[in-house]
Design a protein around this ligand. Sequence first.
Ligand SMILES: [Zn+2]
Length: 218
Amino acid sequence: MSVAALAAAAVLVAAGATGPPPPGMPAAPAAARPPIHWDPIPYDARRRADMRAYARRHYGLDRAGLRNPQVIVEHMTANRSYRATFNTFAPNRPDAELGELPGVCSHFVIDIDGTIHQLVPLRLMCRHTVGLNDTSIGIEHVGLDGGEVLANARMLRASLRLTRWLQSRYAIAARDVIGHNESLSSPHHHERVARLRTQTHADWPRRLMRRFRARLAG
Ligand SMILES: [Zn+2]
């Protein structure tokens, strides 16, 4: 294949174009897939084994695969650089906060100019939200506060398009599009490690997610 064809194939693989949702799933209104730049972090057999061990410890699941995700979690990177974010997610090393493996990551990162990068295939779990990693897709936004996204037309448009496309693909309701800070009140939240049952982060609190969800619907 030509370089262009390879790139196109990579985009298709990144999107995981696997056809219609399984039978029995409610028909969601189709949302168009936005342009997505495939920029994978290394996710080798070692990282996959670490993800599987994490899923066993925290969820009692013996797999690294993400199946039928039911939640989309919106995050902020707490920095102002896509490259710095990529470099944080790429190495498979214990995170500074909880000291666990695999390294933290997110499926998508939206840059300040509205470019959507996909770092991890949707068929694999990422460590982005304690209590929800087994059933959620993570979307990071470069910046410090969700208010920056709501005030940045290109970023907001990209984020809404990506979120709507994922919602339609997996039949995820707007109430299950949450900010990281809302994780503990999600009905899908579960965590076997007692000391982590109340652990969450400050990014995208409810007052900002209300505005984001209102835009999703509108
Ligand atoms: Zn977060």
